[in-house]
Design a protein around this ligand. Structure first.
Ligand SMILES: [Zn+2]
Length: 239
């Protein structure tokens, strides 16, 4: 046990003891970190607002038996702009919730970290693209090895007649491979999803109102199916 340095994006925090909080972060090298910020709930905390969700911070940690204690915090990237707009805060909230759900402790998470960082940066530069969260969900699935099949049938590999999406089979399926409960897709949606899965979060193709809502629903249900839990923050998006 001793002092060590790390960095991470704050995912969430919760009260701990009288005046402390447990702050959960995503570190590129160590995955999900649970740390203690002592005295952070006092009016004059030395941490200021630097440990709010979405902040990318540099940390000095004192290693403990169970949880490490934060002794110093320096801001790397604050994401001030996205915090000024409720739509962007909701989108960022979904991104950190999903990262929190898929990240493991004590495991390198470089790809997931970079995905979250790119997502937050896309929100920081302007209004949320209607398909940003959808693309993020598809890419998050890829980082944990469950990227949905979108170009070929998840059952037999053929690349035409892909009109249904099967959560159990892991992507689009043809009429021969359809499973009970496979979800019927609007014509063109398969290609729309594939384009989002392959695009850079900072340079997404133009959104199409005809597809955006359904694409988000498919991506959400797919990720929820694999996580075996609901993405709570997305309920706000779908009222
Ligand atoms: Zn098939």
């Amino acid at each position: 046990m001793g002092i060590r340095h790390d960095q991470g994006i704050v995912l969430r925090s919760y009260p701990f003891g009288e005046a402390d909080k447990v702050v959960v972060l995503l570190s590129p090298n160590h995955g999900k970190l649970r740390t203690v910020a002592k005295g952070i709930r006092k009016t004059k905390s030395r941490f200021g607002g630097r440990l709010e969700p979405f902040s990318h911070v540099d940390l000095v940690l004192y290693e403990g038996r169970n949880l490490d204690t934060i002794t110093q915090v320096a801001m790397i990237e604050a994401f001030h702009q996205l915090r000024s707009d409720l739509d962007r805060v909701v989108a960022a909230g979904t991104m950190v919730e999903v990262a929190d759900a898929v990240a493991q402790e004590n495991e390198s998470s470089v790809r997931l970290f970079l995905l979250l960082q790119r997502g937050l940066r896309a929100l920081e530069t302007g209004p949320a693209h209607p398909d940003l969260v959808t693309a993020y969900l598809l890419k998050a699935a890829e980082t944990i090895g469950v990227a949905p099949a979108l170009d070929q049938c998840a059952g037999c590999g053929r690349s035409d007649g892909l009109n249904r999406f099967s959560f159990g089979a892991g992507g689009v399926v043809c009429d021969q491979c359809r499973t009970p409960g496979a979800y019927s897709l609007r014509a063109g949606l398969t290609g729309y999803l594939a384009a989002l899965a392959g695009a850079d979060l900072a340079e997404l193709p133009g959104a199409d109102d005809k597809f955006s809502g359904e694409a988000r629903g498919v991506a959400r249900r797919f990720v929820e199916y694999h996580l075996e839990r609901q993405i709570q923050s997305m309920a706000v998006l779908d009222v």
